[in-house]
Every structure is written in C-alpha cells, then in structure tokens.
Design a protein around this ligand. Structure first.
Ligand SMILES: C[S@@+](CC[C@H](N)C(=O)[O-])C[C@H]1O[C@@H](n2cnc3c(N)ncnc32)[C@H](O)[C@@H]1O
Length: 249
C-alpha cells in the first residue's frame, strides 16, 4: 500500500483491542456480508471436495462459518499479514482451519485452491501484485470471490463512511445495541477501550479511500490474470463496495 502506515501492526493492535478486549463485537457488524460470501463459496464448491483459502482472513470469521457448515467438504486455510489477527483466529475459530501469517501479495507456495476469498482487504494491497498472486493460487475453473471499494462513489462520502465504521460502529453503536439487548453492556463498555486502535485505524481508513479501483480497471486486472467475471454485486458493508465472483480460465 502506498502509505507509511504499517498495516500489519495496525491490525495486530486492532485485533487485540477489538477482538480480545471487546469480545466478538466486530464480527457482528459484518455478519450479513459474511453470510452472503459464504453462500457464494458454497455455490462454487457445491458437492465437491475442495480447498478454500481466505486471503487476509483477519480473525477467521468467514472460515469459522464455513467450518461449521455440514454442506461443505473442504480443507480450510486462512492467511493474514498480521500476527495479531492470526493469533485471535487460532484462539477463537474452528480447530480444523489451518492458519498462517503470510503476505497475500507474495504467498511463496505451490498450493492451489478451488476458491480464494479476499474480503475487505484488497485496498491494503498493490492491485497488480495481488491479482497476479490470486491467479497463481487458483486452480483452473476455481473462483476468486472478493470485495473492492467502488471508485465511482463520491470520495468524501466514502471517507465519511469509513470514519463511521471506525468511530460510530466501534464506539457509539455498541451502546444502542446494548440498549436494544442485542449485546451485553460489558461489550459496549469494552468498546470504549478501543480508542487507541481506532485512532490508528482512522488514519488507515483515510488512506484506504484512495485505494479504490475503478470497475473497468478491475475488469482489466482480472482478464490480464486469466479470470472471467461471473457476477458483480453491490456490497453494502462499507456502503460503496463491489462484491465480485470471477472464475479462473
Ligand atoms: C479490514 S480487515 C478484514 C479482515 C477479514 N477479511 C474480514 O472481512 O473480517 C483487513 C485485513 O487485511 C489484512 N492484510 C492487509 N494487507 C495484507 C496482505 N498484503 N496480505 C495478507 N493480509 C493483509 C490485515 O492484516 C487485516 O487483517
């Protein structure tokens, strides 16, 4: 990423503050998106023994959901550049999932996967390197399922939305959720302790908004790396993301 910020360190702090101190607060915000992507993964591997990789898996929320699904017969792998995220993933998700600390842009492996997922993470990577790496990792007819910020969205709106995720969703909304009985009050109080991680994350979020890739460029990158787009959806998690399913030729 073109910034001085250390993504790995920021996410390690965020993992610690957000997931260890505050319990499972953050995964609750991304449940809808996780469900939608899990459905796409299921469709891609239906009825087959398969190998699935979540690249930049964070705390492994998606992989955990896939591990618990008895309709999926797959070896599950999770890679992330942040040691903190992988530590939380190992401690909190299904023991069958194989995790490692790895840079998705330079995975250095001969392994091949039927599905690679990359959600809420492409904007921390150099797109050319990331798509080349995905193309090396995915077997012919395998799927790449990823989200990408929508460059056509008004940049100011996007930055505000990203700030909202950092500040409102992590520090204010938990109190509304506690009032509505959706989460325990202790989780909401715990969210206040995330202030330091949130300040770091804000800086990263502002840099992230500049990393959005225009849709025609995404098509170019995919086709240059032998992918054919099978579906483009709007993803509503960051308000302005695409959710794309592409097949390796
Ligand atoms: C916003 S989090 C999303 C985590 C997870 N995919 C989710 O949706 O919950 C972004 C993740 O990307 C990881 N990341 C950023 N750059 C990476 C890279 N080059 N290789 C692997 N992981 C990376 C970060 O450490 C962080 O865990």
């Amino acid at each position: 990423m073109n910034t001085e910020l250390d993504v790995s360190e920021i996410f390690s702090n965020y993992a610690f503050e957000g997931y260890v101190k505050v319990g499972s607060l953050i995964p609750k915000f991304i449940q809808e998106q996780t469900d939608e992507i899990a459905d796409l993964v299921k469709k891609a591997v239906a009825g087959k023994d398969s190998r699935i990789l979540d690249c930049a898996c964070g705390t492994g929320v998606l992989l955990h959901q896939l591990a618990l699904d008895d309709k999926i017969n797959a070896e599950l792998y999770g890679w992330d550049i942040s040691q903190g995220m992988i530590k939380v993933a190992k401690e909190t998700t299904h023991p069958s999932i194989k995790y490692s600390v790895r840079n998705a842009e330079q995975p250095e492996t001969n392994m091949s996967f039927d599905v690679v997922v990359c959600k809420n993470a492409l904007y921390y990577m150099e797109p050319e390197r990331a798509f080349y790496s995905f193309s090396q990792l995915i077997a012919p007819e395998g799927h790449l399922i990823f989200t990408s910020l929508n460059r056509n969205a008004d940049n100011i709106k996007l930055k505000l939305r990203l700030m909202r995720i950092g500040i409102y969703d992590s520090s204010v909304r938990p109190f509304f959720d506690a009032l509505l009985g959706k989460i325990p009050l202790s989780d909401a109080i715990g969210s206040l302790r995330m202030a330091k991680a949130n300040i770091q994350y804000q800086k990263l979020a502002r840099a992230t908004a500049n990393q959005a890739i225009p849709l025609p460029r995404l098509h170019e990158l995919l086709s240059a790396n032998s992918f054919e787009v099978s579906e483009v959806r709007e993803d509503h998690y960051v308000g302005t993301q695409y959710l794309i399913d592409a097949v390796k030729l």
